[in-house]
Design a protein around this ligand. Structure first.
Ligand code: UT7
Length: 320
């Protein structure tokens, strides 16, 4: 039996943290206390002019390779989850492949917004389990600040930029124990960028539109459901989980999911306070943070969860 296992993690954050008070100083009509109370966000990183998702993704990938003691030449698959690609095409994954100085094997993007990393990880797991590929770089990379309307205080305070990556390798022992991906396209309007390039012009809106309250309620429900589902698939009880790493959108959503599983809050990995919501990058960024600060250790059970536009959601249960 072939399993896939995380053998290295890495991440990249652009520039210095931008605090809530920095946003106020930049003229945004908000307060540190409003943002903290509603979301738990204290700061986020914002990419400077010219910084792209592929650059951040390649930085994170290099660190994951280094952590695993592997070279880029050892990789035979790259999947990038992003909603903020460098270009319409080619894929950000192809640009990352080029930046790493390798070629010849498949590289492609996955678009599932904030669930993107869990989608990409699940796809890579299936490639590895089939025996066709042995070592996959799975990356979530975003410059979400570029698709935010900085005049809309309901959304601009929530998001940040960054990238996270894992190296997933074929192994005799698990590894990824259970995965579940879900979508409900009928809910596409509650979180969207309703625009596109047509005939040389941008049509619609280039900015994130969100019905925050509808997203909040749906996210809490589906994250609870999918957590129970993957635990049952893997035959594990909630109290066997060592760490829960949900999409980092809002501290209240994270706490509601932990409560639903009767998990103590200490088992939650929280980075939303420092990173804001980095969409597809949030889960691998949080995983890498907890691996590097020594909380997540080999042999432990970790649940990753994504939720976001589409509407999409999913979870992956893994043994580190
Ligand atoms: O990755 C995708 C996932 N996205 C999410 O998970 C987001 C989920 N939703 C949420 O986290 C919450 O809905 C928000 C944090 C976005 C908003 O919290 P809320 O409690 O739903 O606030 P609201 O939109 O109902 O706004 C309440 C009030 C309004 O004022 P009035 O109409 O009551 O006078 C807003 O104008 O707060 C006001 N407001 C702000 N005030 C200061 C909205 N944004 C801000 C702001 N600063 N940044």
């Amino acid at each position: 039996m072939i399993y896939s296992k995380v053998v290295g993690t890495g991440s990249a954050l652009p520039g210095e943290p931008v605090t809530n008070d920095d946003l106020v100083a930049r003229g945004i009509d908000t307060t540190d206390s409003w943002i903290m109370e509603r979301t738990g966000i204290r700061a986020r990183h914002l990419a400077g002019e010219g910084v792209t998702s592929s650059q951040l993704g390649a930085q994170a990938a290099r660190k994951a390779l280094e952590a695993a003691g592997c070279a880029a030449a050892d990789v035979d698959l790259i999947i990038v989850a992003t909603s903020t690609p460098d270009q319409v095409f080619p894929s950000t994954a192809c640009l990352v492949q080029s930046a790493l100085g390798v070629s010849g094997f498949p590289a492609f993007d996955v678009q599932a917004v904030c669930s993107g990393f869990v989608y990409a990880l699940t796809i890579a797991d299936k490639f590895i389990r089939s025996g066709s590929h042995r070592r996959a770089l799975v990356i979530g990379a975003e410059v979400f600040s570029r698709i935010i309307d900085w005049n809309d205080r309901r959304t601009c305070v929530l998001f940040g930029d960054g990238a996270g990556a894992v190296l997933l390798e074929a192994s005799d022992s698990p590894g990824l124990l259970a995965t579940s991906l879900r979508a409900d396209g009928s809910q596409h309007e509650i979180l969207e960028v309703p625009g596109n390039i047509r005939n040389g012009h941008f049509e619609g809106s280039p900015f994130v539109h969100m019905d925050g309250s509808a997203v909040f309620k749906l996210a809490v429900r589906v994250l609870g459901e999918v957590a129970v589902e993957v635990l049952e698939q893997a035959g594990l009880a909630p109290d066997q989980l060592d760490w829960l790493i949900p999409h980092q959108a809002n501290i209240r959503i994270l706490q509601a999911t932990a409560k639903r599983l009767h998990l103590p809050f200490e088992k939650l990995v929280v980075t939303v306070d420092r990173h804001g919501n980095t969409s597809a990058a949030s889960v691998p960024l949080a995983l890498d943070t907890a691996v590097r600060d020594g909380r997540v250790k080999p042999g432990q059970y970790v649940m990753l969860q994504g939720v976001g536009g589409g509407f999409t959601w999913g979870a992956a249960l893994l043994r580190m």
